[in-house]
Design a binder for this molecule. Structure first.
Ligand code: MG
Length: 258
């Protein structure tokens, strides 16, 4: 069921989104050589709780999962696409690229955000992957207007990625989603699609758009831990995400600093 948020809910989601962006940008500053992915997780959780909010992913149990997610922050390094589990033995090194994905519950409502960060200096190819994935998110947001459809958003992202000379893989088995009263709501927002197809977007809907782009093919596998998605060919992957409010015009990005 698609939920149109009330004015009061939108105001809370705006506040929550601002909190989330504040926390994630602080965590980003800690993404340096020598830090463990567990330290990033603990720092994110501490900052969220200091703001009076609750981590949304900690103990979240997706349908069908045997165990709940054991951390606040998903940390996915290099060929890991999303949902990497923080680990004190996983130490970041110069040249890695790291997706940090975080959700929080502010006054009962959820927002979701991710970015991929280079550790120290990264290769030109990796730098380009990050830039293109972030741009794909912005292109998707640009298509997410009231009256357009979910297919319009996916089509915009797919066309943007397809226009590049290098062949990138768009992950298809994972997608963006509605968000707000729960961390995952209807509808699904795939990062590919056909113009004019799929659910219609209405002002007052809140959705998370999150392209996951691979340097190689679109194919991914899941580790035995049930959570970590990684590229099947071992090539690197990037991921950027914002929670946005659909309006009659340009969408409002809720997960931003203001
Ligand atoms: Mg998400």
């Amino acid at each position: 069921m698609i939920i149109i948020k009330t004015k009061e809910e939108i105001e809370i989601l705006r506040e929550g989104g601002r909190h989330l962006a504040t926390v994630l940008f602080k965590v980003k500053e800690k993404v340096v050589p020598g830090v463990s992915t567990k330290e990033l997780d603990q720092y994110a959780e501490k900052l969220i709780r200091e703001m009076g909010d609750t981590p949304a992913f900690l103990n979240y149990r997706p349908a069908g999962a045997k165990t709940p997610f054991p951390a606040s922050l998903c940390v996915s390094v290099n060929d890991e696409v999303v949902h990497g589990i923080p680990n004190k033995k996983r130490i970041l090194k110069e040249g890695d690229i790291v997706s940090i994905d975080l959700g929080l519950n502010h006054k009962g409502l959820f927002t979701d955000m991710a970015m991929t960060v280079g550790v120290g200096k990264v290769s030109a190819a990796n730098h380009k992957l990050l830039a293109i994935t972030e741009q794909a998110l912005l292109v998707g947001i640009g298509a997410a207007r009231g009256g357009n459809t979910v297919g319009d958003v996916g089509h915009a992202i797919e066309s943007f990625i397809g226009a590049h000379k290098d062949a990138y893989g768009i992950v298809e088995v994972l997608s963006g989603h509605g968000v707000g009263r729960a961390i995952h709501e209807d509808p699904y927002i795939p990062n590919f699609g056909k113009k004019g197809k799929g659910e219609k977007l209405f002002p007052g809907m809140v959705i998370a758009i999150e392209p996951m782009i691979n340097l190689g093919t679109k194919n991914v596998t899941v580790d035995d831990d049930e959570y970590t998605f990684r590229t099947a060919d071992g090539k690197k992957s990037a991921h950027f995400e914002h929670t946005i409010l659909i309006t009659e015009g340009e969408a409002e990005v809720l997960t931003r600093l203001r």
